[in-house]
Write a protein that binds this ligand. Structure first.
Ligand code: GLU
Length: 295
């Protein structure tokens, strides 16, 4: 068993940034919330590098993550899990889902999806519509037809049918949505649909699959993350049921916003932790600033 699989028992949470830009005040808030939660539960906070988006990932951003988090006073067990090293685990999970018959290959381009979605709205410019729920164009294709550059999607209807008898519940402790929740199939069908599980070649997982597999491998018992990911929770819960993985507790925290109420973006370097450091702020100043900016 690898060191990563031997996660300690008790309260285990994680901070899982993507090295696609400098960490900003919102990341500082998220990291501090996760580490505070671990400290008050006498648990541990792990660090995971979500570097599957190879087109945007940069080594210097990964180095900056370690530097900024250390500057904030945070420590984590080594080795750090990096998603770019987890192809075997993702391929195994995909093979499991394939055996259940809940995956299919998809060769649609973004433009195909946009035009399929926009078809009923005469006169609408399909290039302007954001691709929403996938219309299921490829859903009758078999996995044996999968070409090397195709995406693998979850067949949501099959997955819901397979888990029908189970009551898929989870607990949320975040301020805005605290309580016990139950999977609501219409919400998943209308808001999420047949998500992409893997990209390009089998073994390169997309966000939903990678997160679910990694949280289980790392023994994460409590997921602390921003409210922007709240809507991903039901699909994560469904994947956990299909893959027979343990179910953590979720805590979605409030987001740090700019003065116009918009959530921060990685390209907004004015609010990068590095910028505050260089301006002479202390880690305590950054903590207070991040807390003040969520109100
Ligand atoms: N990598 C994601 C992000 O940077 C976080 C994923 C998660 O916490 O589930 O927003």
């Amino acid at each position: 068993m690898s060191a990563q699989a031997m996660a300690p028992a008790g309260f285990v949470t994680r901070f899982a940034p993507s090295p696609t830009g400098l960490l900003h005040l919102g990341h500082a808030y998220s990291a501090l919330t996760a580490w505070d939660a671990a400290a008050s539960a006498d648990g541990v906070c792990l660090l995971r590098i979500e570097d599957t988006d190879t087109a945007r990932v940069r080594a210097e951003y990964e180095a900056a993550i370690y530097e900024e988090l250390r500057w904030l006073g945070l420590t984590w067990p080594e080795p750090v899990m990096r998603q770019s090293e987890r192809h075997t685990a993702y391929a195994e999970a995909l093979a499991h889902l394939d055996r259940l018959g809940v995956t299919y290959p998809c060769r649609c381009t973004r433009a195909d999806i946009r035009s399929a979605l926009a078809a009923p709205q005469e006169g609408a410019d399909p290039s302007l519509a954001a691709p929403a729920v996938y219309p299921g164009t490829c859903s009758n294709r078999a996995m044996s037809e999968a070409g090397p550059s195709e995406a693998i999607r979850l067949n949501l209807d099959h997955a819901l049918r397979l888990t029908e008898g189970q009551s898929l519940r989870w607990t949320e402790t975040g301020p805005a949505h605290a309580g016990c929740h139950t999977l609501d199939p219409p919400v998943l069908r209308e808001g999420v649909g047949d998500v992409v599980l893997a990209r390009k070649d089998i073994g390169t997982a997309a966000y939903h699959l990678a997160v679910v597999v990694d949280d289980a491998t790392q023994g994460v018992t409590h997921i602390v993350r921003g409210e922007d990911l709240l809507e991903a929770t039901p699909i994560h819960r469904l994947l956990q049921a299909l893959l027979e993985l343990p179910v953590p507790v979720w805590h979605h925290h409030a987001l740090v916003r700019d003065e116009d109420g918009k959530r921060l973006a990685k390209r907004d370097n004015a609010r990068a932790i590095r910028t505050y450091r260089q301006a002479g702020l202390t880690p305590a100043d950054v903590r207070h600033l991040s807390e003040d900016s969520t109100r």
